[in-house]
Design a protein around this ligand. Sequence first.
Ligand code: ADP
Length: 459
Amino acid sequence: MKSLYGKFLVITVGTMLASAIVAFLAVNTYYHRYLKGENDAKNVKVAEEIALFIEANDGIDLPAYFDMLAGVGYKLLVKSPNDNSAVYGEAFRDDNLEDQAIQKVFSGEVYHGMREQKAETFVTGYFSNESANTVGVPFMYKGQTYALFLRPDIKMLFTEIHYLLGGMVIVMAIISILTMLVVARKLIAPIIVLTRATKKVGEEQFTSELSIERRDEIGQLAKSFQQMVDRLSDNDQIRKAFVSDVSHDFQSPLLNIKGYADLLSDEELPANERIHYAGIIQSETERLSTLTKQLLLLTSLDQLVSPLQKRVFRVDQQVKETVRKFQWLLQEKEISVMLETEEVTCKGDPAFLEKVWENLLSNALKYSPDGETIDIRLTEKANEICFTIEDTGIGMSSETKNRIFDRFYRADHSRTREVEGTGLGLSIVEQVVRLHDGRIEVISELGLGTTFIVYLPTL
Ligand code: ADP
């Protein structure tokens, strides 16, 4: 059975049948254990009263009397002294009354066939329509001993009310099964919708909106699924935009290199122009190299398994070293750096954190006019290190500030465009800080300057 609906149907009908069988067995066992004896005693009492009545009315028309008793719901077997037997009421299905039992009754004993009936698993003793499943008493009629065996006629006992109850059970069963079928359809319908939606997502179609308005578990599943699809759709768009940005960012320097290389092939080109073109090719190559390195770094940061190899190290020494590396660039722009550090250690990946300081310092340098000052402070407070880098450069608008951590984002600012960059540096910074469970804040005012503050846990 492949479909959930089919399984549900089989389980429901199976449960109903199994419970009916279990109930039947339980009732049967209860009859054999507790009711059999009582039933036997009740019927013996009836038989004895009949015997007493016959003995008190010796001239009674026996067959007519027994027919009357059969008419009110008894089956009777009467054995006469000359070994004749007569059955009143509907015949027994099985005439298995033993001679020994008959002789006992003739000799004055009571026969307890109902009480002594063997317990059988799948036969309800009460309904067992056999002559052995009776009670027997002797009675005297016209000076002779007879044996009377009787049991209630089950068919006669089934009155209209029993048929009504039986009908009710059947109607209940039919209504339950039909309701189950409808409920199962309703329950399974959203799963079918979800399955279709999952297939679409598998084919990278993220457009469909699920129309499942439910508050139960399936509704929650649909809601989570929709959220997942929305996220996948966002990611898909980011990925596509990323690929197109990457291709664009690779394309323009490559076109420049090709164009200037073509110009260089002109043998009559004056020396100064050749030097100029060669310089452009060199800077475009450097740009491509930086872009490739940054993309590789970002890809390694995007891995599900963190690429960080953390160890405890002196951050202040690393920051000092970074400033030293930038010394000649700083001198070129006549920018001075005010460095204030205390001895600070932290548990992190030194190689990745170095990229953080480098990117922030190179930005401060890039976006500051010549002759300005950059302030760097490194402090430790309450198991947290705080790295602040403050410049008095071009600053940013609030729109730029909101987007600086997006990949490939570069402010559309004429002065920014003049500066070399890829728009990847701050994305790397943000991701490295996040992987170290830290956070980064930016305070910036257009035309006044920018401050970046990085907080990192020490352990
Ligand atoms: P880029 O390679 O363009 O510098 P980043 O990701 O490092 O890429 O920075 C993204 C953008 O954020 C920059 O293009 C610039 O507009 C802005 N920015 C970053 N740092 C500063 C800063 N110190 N001062 C002003 N603008 C900045």
